[in-house]
Design a protein around this ligand. Structure first.
Ligand SMILES: [Zn+2]
Length: 469
């Protein structure tokens, strides 16, 4: 009975861990490695385990750094079931098909620039691989125990991070010994819009926990909402457009929800609101379908308006022509478009036309990685380049701090705090500095904490038995 770490150990992306028990091997997540120059090469490497020996995958949620290499796993011979909950199952095709398209585009670009005698670069995986992967998904409901194999039972609970995000409980039984492993998945903030709070677990024998913001505190959520309302007011007075680079899954839906929630107070009726991203439109459709995962406030809003999101002035820009037609508008438009860090996508066309206007307001809702156009804008570069064209930057820039999909240090401590008996913790999914800072705080509560490293193995039967269920 063993737990072994293969990814997101000492870094944020590439979530991938193996649990072995009762003669079976389960893979927890199979995420893409993102960021850093060597990421594409690392994703292409052979998996550091035997793909054929895996019996099943349990997937925590539909973010690429957790599910992005599943089609590669299937391409390389995996044929077992992929267990996850229904909402995650519905988001997976949106995400993985987009990922396959990006992979095709990336291979095409590299082949265009390669030397004559180099071999053709194949895409990381294809739409066909994605189709094969989706056929293996076995969705199950939240909050119920499911027997995956004799001796292995699983239950998923809401992690409050994005729609369909799970924390996973696994009961493992081998040679008369039972241990309960709890995998946090990615944990959301408490009281975030639309979604339920992360589930409060009572007990476990061992905890595998994320630590993305283990060393940070977010700006207050309510203050962030007030700030958003105020900057929309200022933008209206200035007579320009508002451009919001946003991530397709989660952040885009939250923004639409906030516009609906404050529709009267913020004078939203005077704007035309554009969701200019086919992927965000698809993801939103899934979000509005799964109202069984909403918190009380979202349910009330839905009941009052009869539909989600209740925005009569929302325009869905599906085609490239739809997107181009927005360019005619010089004022009164709120444009939500991908990508969130401005390193591609439709947002570039809007920025190219409007970043040189003083009355334009650009609103960032998430972290901007170094080297991206988003980072250059946040750092107030005087000149930016888009599609080879130099632009004298004049627009006004805002960064909203409180809309992260991840809980901060307080949230993470609160989540762990509901567990009785302080089970041992293995920290994953964080830079070492973030994980170490969280470890110090967790240890103050009496927990024994280890920052996971790739290849680390944990003999589960040797841990003390603490779980009561
Ligand atoms: Zn995530």
């Amino acid at each position: 009975m063993e737990l072994e770490f293969f990814g997101a150990a000492g870094e944020v992306t590439g979530s991938c861990h193996i649990v072995s028990a009762a003669g079976k091997q389960l893979l927890l997540d199979c995420g893409m490695i993102q960021g850093g120059r060597d990421a594409p090469a690392r994703n292409r490497e052979a998996f550091p385990f035997n793909v054929q020996a895996l019996d099943a995958v349990v997937l925590s949620h539909a973010h690429l750094d957790h599910c992005g290499r599943l089609p590669l796993l299937v391409q390389r011979g995996f044929r077992g079931p992929i267990y996850t909950n229904r909402a995650c199952r519905d988001l997976l095709p949106v995400l993985l098909k987009d990922s396959a398209k990006l992979a095709a585009r990336d291979a095409e670009r590299r082949n265009r620039h390669r030397d004559e005698d180099d071999v053709d670069v194949e895409p990381l995986y294809t739409l066909e691989d994605v189709e094969q992967t989706l056929k293996l998904v076995r969705p199950f409901s939240y909050d119920e125990r499911h027997t995956l194999f004799p001796g292995i039972t699983a239950r998923v609970r809401d992690a409050g991070h994005i729609l369909g995000s799970s924390s996973v409980e696994l009961w493992l039984e081998e040679a008369g010994v039972t241990r309960k492993l709890l995998f946090s998945g990615d944990l959301g903030q408490y009281d975030s819009p639309i979604l339920l709070d992360p589930y409060a677990f009572q007990s476990a024998d061992v905890v595998l926990m994320e630590s993305t913001y283990g060393n940070r505190l977010h700006r207050d959520r309510l203050a962030t909402e007030v700030e958003l309302g105020e900057l929309l007011e200022a933008a209206w007075r200035d007579g320009g457009n508002v451009i919001i680079p946003a991530f397709a899954i989660g952040r885009s839906q939250e923004l639409l929800y906030l516009f609906a929630k404050h529709f009267e107070a913020w004078g939203m009726a005077r704007w035309r609101i554009f969701l200019d991203s086919p992927m965000a439109i698809e993801a939103s459709r899934v979000y509005w379908q799964h109202d069984e995962r909403y918190d009380q406030e979202a349910l009330r809003l839905r009941a009052d308006f009869g539909s989600m999101p209740p925005l009569p002035n929302l325009v869905l820009s599906r085609t490239a022509d739809d997107s181009k037609s927005i360019n005619e508008m010089r004022r009164g438009a709120i444009i939500i478009a991908g990508s969130g860090m401005c390193n591609g996508g439709r947002i570039l066309h809007h920025l190219k036309r409007q970043a040189g206007c003083r009355e334009c307001h650009i609103v960032f809702t998430g972290f901007q990685a170094p080297g991206t156009l988003g980072r250059a804008i946040v750092d107030r570069s005087e000149k930016i380049r888009i599609h080879g064209q130099q632009i004298d930057f004049a627009a006004q820039v805002h960064t909203l701090g409180g809309l992260s999909a991840h809980g901060d240090q307080h949230d993470l401590l609160r989540w762990y705090g509901s567990l009785a008996d302080r089970p041992p913790v293995y920290l994953v999914h964080g830079e070492v500095s973030a994980a170490e800072a969280l470890a110090i705080e967790l240890e103050k509560t009496g927990a024994k904490v280890t920052v996971a490293t790739p290849g680390l193995k944990v003999a589960l039967a040797e841990l003390p038995s603490l779980a009561h269920d």
